[in-house]
Design a protein around this ligand. Sequence first.
Ligand SMILES: Cc1cc2nc3c(=O)[nH]c(=O)nc-3n(C[C@H](O)[C@H](O)[C@H](O)COP(=O)(O)O)c2cc1C
Length: 510
Amino acid sequence: MPELRQSIAQHYHERTKYDPETISAKSKGLDWAKQPVPFKEYKIGSNFDLQAYIKEKPVSFANNSDALWWQRLSRLLFCSYGLTARMPSMGNTVYLRAAPSAGGLYPAEMYLISKGTPLLPPGLYNYQFRTHSLMHYWESDVWQKLQSACLGNPSLEGATLAIVITSVFFRSAWRYEDRAYRRIFLDTGHLIGNIELAAAFTGYRPHLIGGFIDEDVNELLYINSKQEGAIAVLSLADLQDIEQNTPVAPTALPSTTETDYPRIPDGELLNYFHLATQIQPDTTGKLNLPEVNVDKSIEDKYNFSFCDKISTVTKPVYWGKKLENLEQTILKRRSTRAFSGESLQFHELKAILNFTYQPQNYINQNLDKSPDYFDLNLIETFIAVSGVEGLERGCYYYAPKAQELRQIRFKNFRRELHFLCLGQDLGRDAAAVIFHTADLKTAVAKYGDRVYRYLHMDAGHLGQRLNLGAIHLGLGVSGIGGFFDDKVNEVLGIPNDEAVLYITTLGRPR
Ligand SMILES: Cc1cc2nc3c(=O)[nH]c(=O)nc-3n(C[C@H](O)[C@H](O)[C@H](O)COP(=O)(O)O)c2cc1C
């Protein structure tokens, strides 16, 4: 039987792989004059200032319920995507944010939609990070439109606030061209990770919504969908209002799977692929979403026989009274620019893994025992260990359910990791390099081509937990979005069906 044609998601992934043979021919120089600005400005609208509330400690507002309400929202937005540092660069200022972004390009925009609360009138707000304020640019109620665009997702029923994350594609495509799509969703995953964690100390329960009619969400936000598109919606249940205690709803809905696509020229692939992964009604107005087979697997995916298994069970990371240290960690987080090459202790790696993959251990600290992801069953984790005291060098599969490392290769990979990370020293000098992967064929079979978005957002979300775990322990950490895709599998012994989504490097900062 002839092999079925790859779906557009698999085709996109294949086409945007970095390969040592072709990378230099493909990479064009950057046109700095064309670099887009990483923020939006509004000519009309009214501004709601949130600055005052982050300067004060919550106790200062103890008897003022209005001020406390504002403070919770202010801290949530600040810890998600607020301006946490300014860096001079070539005569300009680079604004660094609470969430990291590939190349510091910040394609994501964050909007708040209010159904109308006593303090926040209904309508649309854009989060203006430079002034830490909300720009109310549309004053009519759009809540019903949001509910119908999100196909009646039950988490919106009781809620009165929702966050929508969009992407202004060219901000990232300007530099990374078609491959930018991967980084855009990884960035958003980091932002979702911050929202998820910051919600725990500000009294919200975010419900992640990945299934929505794209064009309807874009329309209700009044954005130009040729340049900017909605990529994630989060309904914010206020935990101080019992009415908003909604049950968990499905986070991921499937799209169609496209195998009948034309030849798409370089430079047009990102836009084509984005349109192909949208959820949209057919010409008769029907949605016709494919069925999703729920997989109830309770086993870790890989259990290689004859491999060494090392338990990673440890006690949870302590985030302080009322999660104070988590808030401080989010605000001081930076991507490490160079590692010293020194080793980590195994207990440090175990603590980071525990925080990232074992959320059920954090209920006592008031963190969600099962934060929303799109579908973590589709994502696997491999770790190349170059310098962890108490752990042999080599490549391991991390089995999150069994909480153990299963060794698949014995070797010091430093030289190879340098090469795999496109010659970036971070790869060589890291003590451990974490790879998130997914079997794209299986993932597409489950959710259609839209899964490509879900996978990258989930990998970014895990990446943000790794970041925060490492920073809290005083270690260094950085995401890496550029790597020689196929060589990673070849060199480290990761099964070939596993497409590499994202890399996180861990080590001691120089
Ligand atoms: C998806 C993603 C990919 C990244 N890839 C790289 C990379 O390949 N090399 C690197 O040095 N930093 C990388 N970074 C780190 C960014 O450069 C960094 O987040 C950005 O400069 C902002 O700085 P901050 O993280 O300190 O706030 C990446 C970050 C993200 C979120």
